[in-house]
Write a protein that binds this ligand. Sequence first.
Ligand code: 26Q
Length: 803
Amino acid sequence: MNLEQLSKEQFIRDFKDTLHEEQLIKVARATPAELFTTLAKLIRRYYTDTWIDRNHKLSENKEKVAYYFSIEFLPGRMLETNLLNLGILDLVKESFEELNVDFQEVVEAEHDMALGNGGLGRLAAAFMDSLATTGYPGFGNGLRYQYGLFKQRIVDGYQVELPDSWFGSIGNVWETRKDHDIVDVKLFGDVYLQADQEGRIVPVYHNAQLLHAVPYDVPQIGFENGVINNLRLWDVEIPEAYELDYPTIEDRRRVQDITAVLYPDDSNYEGKQLRLIQEYFMTSAGLQTIVKSYLKQGLPLENIHEKVSVHINDTHPAVAPAEFMRILLDDYGLTWDAAWETTVQTMSYTNHTILSEALEKWDAELFKKVLPRVYQVILEIDHRFVSNLAKQGYDSGLIERTRIVKDNQIHMANLAIIGGHSVNGVAKLHTDLLKEDTLHDFYTLYPEKFNNKTNGIVQRRWTQIAAPELSQALDETIGKDWRKDIHQLDRLVEFANDDTVLDHFYQVKKVAKERLARYIRETTGIEVSTDAIFDVQVKRLHAYKRQLLNVLHILKLYLDLKENPDKDMVPRVFIFGAKAAPGYHFAKSVIKLINEIANVVNNDSSLQGKLKVVFLENYRVSLAELIIPAADVSEQISLASKEASGTSNMKFMMTGAITLATLDGANIEIKDEVGDDNIIIFGMDKDAVYSHYENHDYYARGIYESNPTIRRVVDSFVNGTIPNAQSEGTEIYESLITHNDEYFLLEDFSAYVAAQEKIDALYRDQKLWARMSLMNIAKSHKFTSDDTITEYAEDIWQLTKNE
Ligand code: 26Q
């Protein structure tokens, strides 16, 4: 259907008819959930033909397609994005006004699709949007978890995890089940190799478990371009023919568990059998489908890399090269050499972390038990890799460090690198560190495989959807072209000295702050003034991200104010949002401490409202949309070298916050864009950090003993300053002093305090601050995921666009 022709009258008629048919009620009596479901069903009807056409055209034209394999996709809500991309968001909003329906309530009736932990999952979702928007044929492949990332509640200051039953009573209105694309996935059992009649060696399985992988497709709509790609999420089912093998509820539950719940990331790798099964299940189902649909084009299998790219998002789907080999060898009879050549050219891999404890390794015995045939294939890949390098005269130490199977473990990153033609990091510094350090051995072997792809964000969500007033102000200042071509934002620079424009943007930020202040009041009861600096740190709670450094600074301010209530400072509201992995003790203690500090600070009238601390529970995409546009200061304070890229830093910048940052991840590239005057950088750089590692010369207790300010702040964890958190206070104290402050907070503390004082001074000069903010918005266009994905498509996947 051509939606350009759609009129308000027609839409209202369609909407009323759908409501009538689906819910048997009238608009005035419908609940927001009913209105949401109806609207979703109607727009599905609007786009279905386009979606089907796209799939047909791609296979008719035999275009090369990239498949993005990711165990996480974190789109958040999809209603507004879908309407925006279809070009009918304003029309629907206006129609609802006429119908006397509160559109915002309808939006909020949609549950976030939270099939991801954080940055990695959100990036995957952004790439789906950008693939459709740029028009490249790129499909997603993942899991249809019944429960996404846990829902966080704060009880007595502690994090409590509840299941995220996102299907609720509505289900997922966007998905379509595709029964004719069901495939079989085999697990467990014994495997023997036998010669068949033609003398080919084939595997014979005994006692294997055979399961159905059932695909559910979710459309990925491009921005105003008529392109709809596909995100395919797999669910598990017991095939009817095997039902007798699962007589009890328990037996069935063990199968359903495969797609029951997303594993929370605690960045410490733990080898759980169910996780391995999840990883294999989606990878095998996806790859089998890809091969089948390729063969329908009648082309030779050994050339599959000419029409297909498979991207491995972190090591979670890194079994892909081995599984692809298994399919090509066992199911289709290719020779090893032909299969290997096309596998390597098909596969590519993105690394998202340099924390070595987060790299996936599987116990060989466990792997062999769950995936006996894939295990054999991996042994063969490993064997050939080792003997090839030995033949070429490589040093045995290097070979040992890079091989896949060693110390009774399967090293998944090694498999992804050896089995693919491309390895990329997600920001310049991160890629450099991979080359120099984490993956240095591989870099000496295969320098040509390494490349950088700095992350990006879907700017449309963070401006047009999350920041409507800002978007309006942009329209009025530089015209509307930026909505389609984000690089137009650069034209804002021309207005850097225009007082009227600066004031306009300052007011826009105020409106967003008022919206957030209202939410804070309603959800926590805390009153915050929008004249205060909104200083925000929202991200997963992890020691390396150093929320605790922020806490140390807050404690310093508190102690200063207690000593001198007349201290001259711009009032501050420190806002946190963060989930801690359920088993991550330290992270949970930091949450408890933040909440107890908030209790002390927010209820102390002697502070005269100069200091407020707010922890907003259940941080997620939809809450980010409320918080980020309201931020004055964006806290990006990870220990240099630890944050691969960060992506919220880009969202804050785009909505006019000033970044307070270490030289880590993409912060460096943000600084390069905005210039030193429009960002506040502090602390050790990566070389300073690495120098401590090399010289083993970091001594936290020394800093603590020689610096009275630091001593006063650190002591406040254990001297009763923060009531109701004795054990957490002690734990934190010990992490800093007894365990030598793994992330060097104490060394960076003074620089951080100085940087915060600079923020205070700058904010007092409203015009200067507004100009910095404007420059950040202007330069944020650099970080659009539309451009990032174009680089993936051109450099790694070699896709073409044939609209
Ligand atoms: C692993 C094994 C078992 C269970 C869970 C996991 C697991 C799950 C998720 C491990 C890691 C993750 C997620 C990692 C992640 O989000 N990394 C972030 O990726 C962003 C996108 O590239 C970067 O911007 C961030 O810097 C990086 O931390």
